[in-house]
Design a protein around this ligand. Sequence first.
Ligand SMILES: C=C1C[C@]23C[C@H]1CC[C@H]2[C@]1(C)CCC[C@@](C)(C(=O)O)[C@H]1[C@@H]3C(=O)O
Ligand SMILES: O=C(O)CCC(=O)C(=O)O
Ligand SMILES: [Fe+2]
Length: 376
Amino acid sequence: MLIPHPSMLVAPQNTLGNDMEGQQQNFDGPLMPNQSNIPSEFVWPDNEKPCLVAPELKIPPIDMKGFLSGDPQTVSKICAEVSEACKKHGFFLVVNHGVDKKLIDQAHKLIDTFFCMDLPDKQKAQRKLGEHCGYANSFIGRFSSKLPWKETLSFHYSADNSGKTVEDYFVNVLGEDFRQFGILFQEYCEVMSNLALEIMELLGMSLGVDRECFREFFKNNESVMRLNYYPPCQKPELALGTGPHCDPTSLTILHQDQVEGLQVQVDGKWYSVAPKEDAFVVNIGDTFMALSNGIFKSCLHRAVVNNQIVRKSLAFFLCPNREKLVTPPKDLITMENPQAYPEFTWPSLLEFTQKHYRSDTKTLDAFATWLREKNK
Ligand SMILES: C=C1C[C@]23C[C@H]1CC[C@H]2[C@]1(C)CCC[C@@](C)(C(=O)O)[C@H]1[C@@H]3C(=O)O
Ligand SMILES: O=C(O)CCC(=O)C(=O)O
Ligand SMILES: [Fe+2]
């Protein structure tokens, strides 16, 4: 039986406002950006409080067009840069990516439009306990302390051509008035999925396996798109927009607006990743770390907040189709580097992170223990 991570323990009679029918209620915090004091549930312990000014992490800008059309020498240099970054901290930038700037700008504008709506209208998409899609603020009911200072809207994207999952989500959950939202984010997710598959070719070559190996694996991905909205906080030195975590997913393609906030931990120190309008920040998640047999790293990162201005980010989380077995290509399993993690499917890891464990640097190891216990 897995002992729940301490910060997962939620008082059964829950004094913090969520009804026991599993509806996540709302909590002041990020909904009251001008209040001078912040609820104690949003104050992080001293050892996790943010350092608001962190040295900049120098990560390589990877020229995607240069990779896709470059000569062998260019491709080899790019693969070496990606391999070095992914073995060290799992983050790199992608530039010259071919994504229309207008599409990105429209997506950011719709984040503002949605999160500036009245709370009851946002609550039409209210996320339910145990589910990872929908509208959430405060994350009350998930965690009893160390709450993130943010509002989020998350929804599924399915790469198979069966339908328009994103467009349908917005219309079905929020109504016909949101069809334009759905059309925009449907296109945004399709573009992200295509970019992710190109990056999978790059990661395959950087690991020395067949270029098509991971592209094929993620071809019919069932991914998650998340809109992050970080209201100003009057005590930014006490709070965190997103707490320290490793993404449990496979690959994250993040577009930050022009407000600083993303930080990555490297060798125990926090570094900021400066926003660059023409770049996506790409990072390895736990699932891809397992696929790479531990060679590429899924690393701790977080988002700090400020007391002046809203910060927003668009995060596309690539996830394999639910049927896929996450197990490394045979070439990555050697005597020197035996299989690091038991094989699993993404839905089982997702369930673990949604119901049993708060994501950190040990998620995969704790998940392996949980799987062994479950399968005894
Ligand atoms: C499948 C998911 C769970 C989270 C959203 C996507 C991918 C990233 C995960 C998350 C962002 C990692 C940090 C903790 C988390 C609780 C959060 O801050 O939102 C995670 C998301 C979630 O469980 O809702
Ligand atoms: O908003 C950011 O910069 C990072 C958010 C993040 O890490 C996440 O949503 O997983
Ligand atoms: Fe993340």
